[in-house]
Design a protein around this ligand. Structure first.
Ligand SMILES: *Cc1c(COP(=O)(O)O)cnc(C)c1O
Length: 372
């Protein structure tokens, strides 16, 4: 059994993807050509964002958004410690200071009340993370941003296609902040065959800034308006993503269906906490997360039966050796720390055979029948 099997998806679309690759290679244009523009338009249309700019990775999407917002030394950016390192790493890479705020233990996303209490005169932005495939509480964060003149950079790396009701309207992840950052890392809900990412923005000026920053500050070849970076999405990855994009909706629906089956089967086990979807959210289940104080024993039990699981994430960012410079102590963010000890990601991908799901469910039931 696999926790994710990327080959299964390739097999279902092999002809379509092979054709897209061959066509690109024969076309002879590999950087900033028509595939990238077509993908940018398609993602902008799908999410309702005004502009979309293809970049090299989700990490670079965050970094270039921070740069475009002018964030640098002396600035503070608030984010969650319960996320992938890139979220805070890019803040530090700009010379700014990542300031952590604990999570809501139900949804694992940033606690907006605590964000309000953490804003200082140095705060320039907030990076909410739409963890596991559901959006952070954007309405409260947008209100705070407006009041304190902050930029909001959504880390939507795990949530392409997720939605939230905002002021009575259904809005897509990545399309509501000042910037929205998408990752097309191969294991994400829409995955490339290499690194790829995208920045969304409703502000045309910021979009323009990112599109120049990704390409050496240049619009016209060999003329440079400012210093930038080399962080373009390439034509081959864009061609693959364009071939896959029409299927994203059905893949996300398949994830939701599988998540529903897990929840239905596991609800009777009292010592398990199952995913909780906040009112107004649709969750695209990039991961299906169980929570139990017996996590490590359960994980070993499943592993012995050939059922792979993962932990997202075992060590919160404030306790990472890489961030000792921030001088956070243990127990600074108790909810994130307990979550790191208790969460377990079950195997889940759109093509997952039902027999694998049944096997996983039976093993979990057996573990708790023995234990309790
Ligand atoms: C994957 C991911 C990133 C980084 O994306 P890459 O494309 O791998 O650089 C950032 N934040 C979160 C929450 C992620 O899951």
């Amino acid at each position: 059994m696999h926790s994710i099997d990327l080959r299964a998806q390739y097999r279902t679309l092999q002809k379509r993807i092979d054709r897209a690759i061959t066509k690109t290679v024969h076309g002879g244009s590999f950087i900033l050509g028509k595939n990238v523009s077509a993908l940018e338009s398609a993602i902008a249309t799908m999410t309702g964002a005004r502009t979309a700019i293809g970049v090299n990775s989700g990490t670079d999407a965050l970094f270039l958004s921070l740069k475009a917002a002018g964030i640098g030394p002396g600035d503070e950016v608030i984010t969650t410690p319960f996320t992938f390192i890139a979220t805070a790493e890019t803040i530090a890479a700009c010379g700014a200071k990542p300031v952590f705020v604990d999570i809501d233990p139900k949804t694992y996303t940033i606690n907006s009340e605590r964000v309000a209490r953490t804003i200082t005169k140095h705060t320039k932005g907030i990076i909410p993370v739409h963890l596991y495939g559901q959006m952070a509480p954007m309405q409260k964060l947008l209100a705070l941003a407006k009041k304190h003149h902050l930029v909001i950079i959504e880390d939507a790396a795990q949530a392409l296609g997720a939605t939230q009701m905002l002021y009575g309207k259904k809005r897509f992840a990545g399309s509501v902040g000042t910037f929205g950052c998408i990752s097309f890392f191969p294991t994400k809900n829409l995955g490339a065959y290499g690194d790829a990412g995208m920045v969304l923005s409703n502000n045309a000026g910021f979009g323009k800034k990112v599109s120049l920053l990704r390409n050496h500050g240049s619009q016209k070849k060999y003329y440079h308006e400012f210093l930038g970076y080399s962080s373009r999405l390439d034509e081959l990855q864009a061609a693959i993503l364009l071939a896959k994009l029409p299927y994203l909706k059905q893949w996300n629906a398949a994830r939701q269906k599988l998540a529903h089956l897990y929840t239905k089967a596991l609800t009777p086990i009292p010592s398990l906490t199952l995913p909780s979807v906040a009112v107004g959210n649709t969750h695209v289940f990039h991961q299906y997360i169980l929570r139990t104080s017996k996590r490590d024993a359960l994980r070993t039990f499943l592993e012995k039966r050939g059922i792979p699981t993962a932990i997202h994430y075992p060590l919160p960012l404030h306790l990472q050796p890489a961030f000792t410079c921030l001088r956070y102590r243990k127990e600074s963010f108790p909810e994130a720390e307990v979550a790191a000890r208790e969460v377990l990601s079950l195997p889940l991908y759109p093509e997952m055979p039902l027999t694998h799901m049944e096997q996983t469910i039976r093993a979990i039931q057996l573990f708790f029948a023995k234990k309790t």
